[in-house]
Design a protein around this ligand. Structure first.
Ligand code: ADP
Ligand code: MG
Length: 260
């Protein structure tokens, strides 16, 4: 057994399209420990969503391996993978598809029902999680009565309720104003740290990376660099400028992965 919550080894995802093949993810490797919260950043089209979908066991890599809690996804049957996903992986994607005829609380409780863990103790946890995310007053209303930001927070509670090893969030703050965005990401970071989960958040907003432990910068399907929130983040905001500098001044080949 390994101590890493997540191990990603040389993962490739190739799409076939009319225009030919696209290497959406092109040889990505990294590890994540429990209690670590990481940001995945990079320009549109760099492969972030594809990477996250593979980590969520929703999409199979063309090559490479993904191991969560010591279990390799590629070695599982479809059925095993579905069960594993329900128990070990929590995710919120850009379109947070809440069930429209269930209340906020019922949407979170639904995940407990699906896992056969709908008991008094867990129902109390569902309520507490929503309160922690600032939804105390909105527990019993339907999604359409919630703002986009509130819906996003219900989706985050839903992703955490089954106590997953791995928590994945694709742009969790896309529909939030900036004050709420800070609060939600700060809470998400606290929950990942306190509950000892491994968290990955895709974001465009570099102001939010201060709540993370590490930043993985993707470019054209590969890991361009890995930095800490305290490092100089200029290259994340303007990768092209940094490429020019290293080519001119250092004369080095581009695309090297800056692993820790
Ligand atoms: P990001 O989330 O960083 O914007 P994506 O993972 O969505 O990046 O996309 C990475 C690349 O893969 C892009 O070039 C995109 O056009 C391509 N891509 C994504 N999904 C598909 C698909 N289903 N079929 C073909 N190409 C795709
Ligand atoms: Mg995306």
């Amino acid at each position: 057994m390994t101590s890493a919550a997540l191990e990603v080894r040389s993962v490739v995802k190739t799409y076939q399209s009319g225009a030919g093949t696209v290497n959406a993810v092109d040889g990505v490797s990294f590890e994540l420990r429990r209690g670590e919260f990481v940001a995945l950043v990079g320009p549109s089209g760099s492969g972030k969503t594809t990477m996250l979908a593979m980590l969520a066991a929703l999409l199979r890599p063309t090559a490479g391996s993904i191991t969560i809690d010591g279990q390799e996804l590629g070695a599982m049957s479809q059925r095993q993978r579905a069960r594993f996903r329900r128990r070990k992986i929590g995710f919120t994607f850009q379109a947070n598809n809440l069930v429209s005829y269930l209340t906020a609380l019922e949407n979170v409780e639904l995940m407990l029902r699906l896992n056969g863990e709908f008991d008094a103790k867990n129902r109390k946890r569902a309520r507490e999680l929503l309160v922690l995310l600032g939804l105390e007053e909105r527990l019993n209303v339907l999604p359409r009565q919630l703002s986009g930001g509130q819906q996003q927070r219900v989706a985050i509670a839903r992703s955490l309720i089954n106590q997953p090893t791995l928590v994945l969030a694709d742009e969790p703050t896309a529909s939030l104003d900036s004050e709420r965005a800070f609060q939600v990401v700060e809470t998400l970071a606290e929950l990942v740290h306190e509950q000892n989960r491994a968290g990955i958040m895709v974001t465009h907003d570099l102001r939010l990376v201060k709540y993370t432990d590490r930043i993985i910068h993707m470019l054209d399907g590969h890991v361009e660099r890995v930095v800490k929130p305290d490092d100089d983040l200029t290259c994340l905001a303007d990768p092209d400028a940094c490429r020019l500098i290293s080519m001119d001044v250092l004369g080095v080949e581009q695309g090297r992965t800056d692993h820790e």
